[in-house]
Design a binder for this molecule. Structure first.
Ligand code: ADP
Length: 234
């Protein structure tokens, strides 16, 4: 079984730790905030309240035997740097470090950390790429913190009904309309392709190849959907 340690249980570290554990990995979660330790303890293998700059404590918890250590302290460069140095000293070769700034990234680079994660930048990149890839035809931010997008359906959705996709419950976004093309015959007997809009989509409507969904939801949910569906093989 793969073994990981996650140090720092902010939003990022917490998500990484619980997701690894949910998927069958052994996870040691570390933070010096007892509230976070209590929150995570049933969703990881072991939760330890300790200071990540305490070399002895890291060693006692077997940090050197992990397949990878995820260092998720972005908001305190000093602690992140010191912890990185100790992890290297203890022989941890596979370190993934989350940073919140370019300066932080640069310092860890100089320390020889190869896997540096800058979440905002990476999500920004993914979303820009996905916009460029043509899956997102429109992206409008509303002042309420919601976004509206026109979204070309991925192949894996084709043939499913809206009820099966369950976008509101599973992804927190609502389908406002389905844009589709239809082959129709004009009065003169001519075969034409016409753009149509179903602006009252129902649970039994089936997604077809080439359909474009108009979706609305909180910006974070919309961005999650874009990021996830832009992955290879989705
Ligand atoms: P996010 O941006 O993902 O919410 P943060 O970088 O703000 O993440 O979270 C840092 C986490 O690291 C916090 O939960 C904090 O309690 C923890 N932390 C900070 N310093 C230490 C330390 N010296 N030892 C262990 N955990 C620490």
């Amino acid at each position: 079984m793969a073994k990981f340690a996650v140090i720092g249980l902010g939003k990022f570290g917490m998500t990484v730790a619980t997701t690894l554990y949910k998927n069958g990995a052994e996870v040691v979660a570390i933070d010096n905030n007892q509230e976070l330790i209590d929150e995570v303890k049933d969703s990881v293998s072991v939760a330890v309240n300790m200071n990540s700059t305490n070399e002895k404590a890291l060693k006692m918890n077997g940090i050197q035997d992990m397949d990878a250590v995820i260092l998720a302290i972005g908001n305190n460069i000093e602690v992140s740097v010191l912890t990185s140095v100790i992890l290297k000293k203890l022989g941890v070769s596979n370190i993934y470090a989350k940073v919140d700034s370019k300066v932080h990234a640069r310092i860890l680079e100089l320390l020889g950390i190869k896997n540096i994660i800058f979440p905002e930048e990476q999500i920004g990149l993914q979303i820009a790429n996905s916009l460029l890839s043509g899956n997102i035809l429109e992206y409008v931010d509303l002042s309420s913190g919601h976004s509206v997008i026109e979204f070309k359906v991925p192949e894996s959705w084709v043939g499913k009904t809206l009820q099966e996709l369950a976008l509101p419950t599973k992804r927190g976004v609502n389908v406002v309309a389905i844009k589709y093309t239809a082959q129709e015959i004009t009065e003169d007997g001519e075969n034409v392709t016409i753009q149509r809009v179903n602006d009252l989509p129902g649970a039994n409507d089936v997604i077809k190849h080439g359909d474009v969904l108009v979706l609305i939801g909180p910006k974070t949910k919309i961005n999650n959907l874009i990021t996830e569906t832009s992955k290879k093989g989705f």
